[in-house]
Design a protein around this ligand. Sequence first.
Ligand code: NAD
Length: 287
Amino acid sequence: MVAQCIDGKSIAAQLRSEIAAIISSKCQQGYRPPGLAVILVGNDPASHIYVRNKRQACAEVGVISFYHVLPASISETELVTLIHMLNIDNSVDGVLLQLPLPSHLNTGTIIDSINPAKDVDGFHPYNLGRLAQRRPALRSCTPYGVMYLLDHIGQAYKGKHAVIVGASNIVGRPMSLELLLAGATVTICHRFTRNLAHYVQQADILVSAVGKPGLIKAEWIKPGATVIDIGINRLADGTLTGDIEFEKAKTRAAWITPVPGGVGPMTVAMLLKNTLIAAGYSPTLSP
Ligand code: NAD
């Protein structure tokens, strides 16, 4: 078997062009373009690259981005004060807080201060609670992007066993809630899981979100499985790779996402989609 690659890059480009068309039509009707406030704290080089990509994507589709670059030394009170101002600013539909934050800031407290209706990352406890209660509102971008890819390939969920490796608040946990909502039987593995291979071998849908290259061995993959690699790891030679042994896994899986060019571009596209939803433009987008 040779797996079919799920081309997140082109699926995301298609979604961005649909979003651009909706914004253009709204603006022609006299509505203002959606606004996204982007907050970047400190000098983490990877965060600067992610924010640059997100702002470029905003510009491409016609979302206005308001950029707030803050020193690493900023206090929790100052940051929360800025967020409170953005919460009541009518030109701002979405507030994006780029993570990670410097260690003296309490990430949970600061996410709590974002108006849930503007939480376009879908990290606020209100939005995660809504997803847990099967009434999703704004959904976490990366898991939402994975669901978009799975729907795109016509993935069946009911009666399928989905195994998620990684249980973080921003990726693994909301991913498990999305797949549970879709009707899959869900197993979540994490750093304390014993015998990871035992669980991975049972996966009809395997999602890895750990950040350890080669953690998932190709021989563990069930023949015919759908394999989604969220992990992004930079190797010593500068190349990017996921958590899964991609080349060998291709000979067992039916569908697989590459790294780069799989889930990554979808995360940014879903941020734009969430911004559109937060702006009240209720898009009807494929699939
Ligand atoms: P995190 O460090 O917060 O969480 C990692 C999770 O992996 C934890 O739940 C931990 O228990 C688990 N884990 C660690 N070692 C393990 C092991 N040996 N076996 C099983 N589980 C193990 O990371 P995160 O923020 O959730 O990100 C995970 C990965 O996804 C990273 O590589 C990150 O760069 C990537 N990521 C990609 C995107 C994207 O758009 N593609 C978005 C967000 C994160």
